[in-house]
Design a protein around this ligand. Structure first.
Ligand SMILES: C[S@@+](CC[C@H](N)C(=O)[O-])C[C@H]1O[C@@H](n2cnc3c(N)ncnc32)[C@H](O)[C@@H]1O
Length: 377
């Protein structure tokens, strides 16, 4: 039968009934997936060379574009610059709309040799500009996209399956947050990477979730820079904000009106004297045992009737056919956190109830794939 492959192994006969066309498409799809690492690798180099910034500051009208050769003239520390290789990376990224291409024909034939190729910024490369007013993704690419510490951890991904190893700890001897304490430059890069997400996240969350109304004192547990809390107290100026994070994190924090920074360890205790606690993106960093400790400390810090507001991703029961954000973040938790993972609504409910809370509800959409959840003591 045409297009049918029969493979015999002893008595066991497997019949693969894919047609040649289905098989061919499958091969292309697998190849495309397996080469997917090229784009982040090229992106990382482009950001390291500051190409978006060079285009923003040196490209001129009318097309605001530059050739690889012109770009390289603004890159310092390139002893033997190679414009052809830079152009190859730029073209790959142009296929993904990171740059736009302008071609000037300088010879009549339409061969590559007869053109001067220039590149311009697009909305995608503009978010890599270091001074983007809504936050830059430059830090995220430099830190997380194949950054050396994470690239080393990736080598141990298989060991997470075979030995239950934590890839980051296997590569570096300690978990990611302990590593940050020992390597201040890594901590700074991590904080910078996260800052890019905050303004858009905070604005979207505040347009969708109204549960801060009527609160007096709100503690943000694991609040990092305090930027999310600063957006909350800007909208609700009657709220006193307490931003709680590790001492070495809050020591470096900028000050925000209406936000007090407090350093400590959430596994020991969290600040009391509040009527509500806010947590975003914390539980997914940790295993159940650590989550329970944080939640119990939140419970102890709240008065009777006090509210825990959690903004997090919720793992769906059914797996979608396209990779979406939650699976990408869950993958990150797998390889760089201490048994962290995204959890389903039932798993979150079980942890919250085990910590002593009387109620737990998913109260709505917080935007950008996040859900707003509330638990009352
Ligand atoms: C994934 S970040 C989330 C930051 C912020 N909530 C956000 O969503 O942008 C996790 C935060 O937890 C903080 N953290 C880790 N261990 C902690 C501990 N033992 N006590 C307090 N904060 C901690 C980290 O410093 C970091 O700022």
């Amino acid at each position: 039968m045409e297009g049918v492959v029969e493979k015999a192994r002893g008595d066991d006969v497997h019949v693969l009934s894919d047609s040649e066309e289905v098989d061919g498409n499958a091969r292309e799809a697998i190849l495309d997936l397996s080469l997917g690492w090229q784009v982040p690798a090229a992106l990382r180099v482009i950001v390291q060379l500051n190409v978006p910034h060079i285009l923003a500051t040196h490209a001129t009208a009318p097309n605001w574009c530059m050739s690889a050769q012109e770009i390289l003239q603004h890159v310092s520390d390139a002893p033997r610059p190679n414009a052809v290789n830079l152009e190859r990376l730029l073209r790959l990224l142009t296929c993904k709309a990171v740059f736009a291409e302008h071609i000037e024909r300088v010879a009549s034939d339409d061969d590559n040799a007869g053109v001067v190729r220039r590149f311009a910024l697009t909305p995608m490369s503009r978010v890599l500009l270091p001074d983007h007013p809504r936050g830059t993704f430059r830090g995220m690419i430099l830190h997380m996209t194949l950054g050396p510490e994470y690239a080393a951890a990736l080598q141990h991904l298989g060991a997470s399956v075979l030995n239950s190893d934590q890839p980051f700890a296997k590569a570096h001897g300690i978990n990611q947050f302990d590593y940050m304490q020992a390597h201040p430059e890594f901590l700074t890069e991590f904080q910078n990477a996260f800052r890019a997400f905050t303004p858009r996240f905070a604005t979207t969350m505040l347009s969708k979730y109204q549960g801060f109304e009527g609160l007096h004192t709100l503690v943000d547990v694991g609040g990092s820079s305090g930027m999310i809390l600063s957006h909350i107290v800007q909208k609700y100026p009657h709220i006193r904000g307490i931003n709680f994070d590790l001492p070495e994190v809050v020591a470096e924090n900028p000050s925000f009106p209406g936000v007090e920074h407090v350093g400590g360890d959430m596994f020991e205790s969290v600040p009391g004297g509040c009527d509500a606690i806010f947590m975003k993106g914390i539980l997914h960093d940790w295993d159940d045992e650590h989550c329970l400790r944080v939640l119990q400390n939140c419970y102890a810090a709240l008065p009777n009737g006090g509210k825990l507001i959690m903004i997090d991703l919720i793992m769906p029961v059914e797996t979608p056919s396209n990779i979406n954000y939650i699976f990408q973040i869950d993958f990150n938790m797998l390889f760089h956190c201490a048994n962290g993972r995204e959890r389903s609504k039932a798993e979150l409910n079980a942890l919250i109830k085990q910590a002593g809370f009387a109620t737990f509800d998913v109260v709505g959409d917080a935007g950008l794939g996040y859900s707003a959840m509330e638990a009352f003591k």
